[in-house]
Ligand binder design. Sequence first.
Ligand code: ATP
Ligand code: MG
Length: 714
Amino acid sequence: MDAITKDLTVAQAEAVQHIDGPLLIIAGPGSGKTRVVTHRIAHMLQSGIRPWQIAALTFTNKAADEMRSRVDLLAPNQPVWMGTFHRFCAQQLRRYAPMVGLAENYSIYDSSDSKSAMKRAIAAAGVSTSHTSPEQITSAISNAKNRLITPEIMAQQTGRAGDTVAAKVYPVYQQQLLTANAVDFDDLLFHFARLLRENPEVRSNLDEKLKYIMVDEYQDTNLAQYAIVRALSVDHPNLAVTGDPDQSVYGWRGADLNNILDFEKDYPSVKTVRLEQNYRSTPEILRVADQLIRHNRRRKQKKLFTDNPTGEAVTLRQYESGYKEADGIADEIDNQMIAGNAEPRDFAIMCRMNALTRSIEHALRNRGIPYQIVNGLEFYQRKEIKDLLAYLHLINNPRHDVALHRVINTPTRGIGAKTLERIQRFADDHRIPMLEATRRVDEIDSLSKRAKTLVTSFVRLYDRLAVKATATLEDMLRFLIEEIKFVAYLERTTPEQQDNNPIANVDEFISAAVEFDQMHPEDGSLEAFLEQVALVSDTDAFEDSNNRVTLMTMHAAKGLEFPRVFIIAVEDNLLPHRRSKEDETQLEEERRLLFVGVTRAEQWLQISYAKLRSFRGENQPAIPSMFLGELPRDEMQVVEVKGSRNFFDDAYDDEYPDSWDLVQEPAAVTDTGPAGQTEVADGPRIIPMTDQSAIPDVYHDDVPPPKKKKPKVS
Ligand code: ATP
Ligand code: MG
């Protein structure tokens, strides 16, 4: 036994030492799957495999960072590729951009950019949206991309009215993205998967180069991701995946549980390792998790035990209201810290949606308890930061139309909506990017002389900025802020508020640029910076080193662990989410989400719900989640509000049959998993891939298979 395998169980060591040939590690939470991945990388390096032959794919940057630091302990400073699927594809696409119709400085649209682009595409496609919403169209198109359905194939499908509209918008949207030299998040996977399929040489080169591919949390892969890892594991099928079907929570992003359930069929020579010992949680916590997940019908029963010492009973607590819940939790944290056996960093508070943490934040602030909200996106979504980013995007990619729309009149330069509309029409007519159209204002007859002058002076400004494209980020940013007199503009337009100081945010942005310059003295480029910002995900703001209480959604908590966990607002219409209740598949996904939350806890866990919850500032009666009725209440510490009826009484349902119909959905919530947004394909499965010719089969599993002819791609 060597240094790497000495702190592993026999089963874990077996997985670590299996290097050649496909490997499936299928096991429950806390059983050491991620630990196996990191130790396996170290072991491979030790056995002489070159670091650049290995790629480890994760779902969040946080998981990748965590993996990197764990590998560093075992095998320091090795250039093994570790990162998210999206980052992986983004980097590969930079090399092969022209093969999918992009230039290598292509931009990645964030979700708000994509939303603006979609709005334009819907208008340009001239479809009626009376029977469908822009969100539905967006979701149908995203769904299609995740399942590698091209615009042409979608057009052939007959479906619901909403989807027919989406099928008309899809090619227009794609064309506009290409004109703008841009991609949305789904495109990163979609383009790369297509590239691999249509270019056998690229595929086999990459397969040869990346001989060892690992995927953690494989249960969350969608068809596009599945196609990518499979295409890279044809000649060298050394694909190792770990997963837990009970933790699949990304159905709304097209994740397909079949990818893991069928792995053994896809790779008949696979070695399967099951890990059955949980190292994370107390037996009490495991028991609650197990009882809950047993209610899912579509699952394989798994054994899971722990030798960890018994701990406290799991608490199931009812509160009078959401506010009381927040106060109660803050007090509990205070008490546990005073008792001297916990620090802020030991606690995590988890919920279904970000919006639910607001009252908790307030309660923690009042007591001076430090906390962090895991929502990395937020900073880059602030208006002033998005404005600056849009300038940087346009400098990097002059075809970035969404950015142009954003900056052309910010700060205000008197260029009005009418002028923009006319330029847009000219651009559309000539199929050229907006910036190019602004350079040709003289040809746009409908514009006034004044408008032409204003637009021309914007073009001059742009050209002055563009010269700086090769400067350090810091220099470029400072120059930009100076040139557009941004600070004065902010002072004029956005008064400083208590919890938002735009000028301080701009300073923070400059610090981020300085940091980036320092970290990338050689290879630093505007493009790399923008890519990093675009791929920031939910869990990135999470800093282990901070001694703070963590507030996060259960989606963001995947893969992480905390000594003490609170799961709040386990109420009907929140968890399970309102939109998922009708559909058994989606309901099971919601149950898995709660299962993920429960299994993050190491020593102590409280699950809570309230009698009243406030939506849009109004208190509404709340009903406990059906999932609470599935927990082993006899073994838990159940605390109910005095004088309150027993919610778990069977009679209850009859008495309040439809009370939730009265309750409105929470408005404007940042919902990490809009259940019900997507349907997961349950169609016929894919045949094992043994040679190149089999690859196309994974591309459209619910489309009439065009047997010989390859479907054309936009
Ligand atoms: P999840 O499904 O939640 O992602 P996982 O299966 O990836 O869980 P890990 O995060 O790898 O589990 O491990 C859970 C915890 O148990 C970690 O703190 C890990 O260090 C610890 N652990 C795993 N295996 C062992 C072992 N053989 N000896 C000691 N500790 C272990
Ligand atoms: Mg893990």
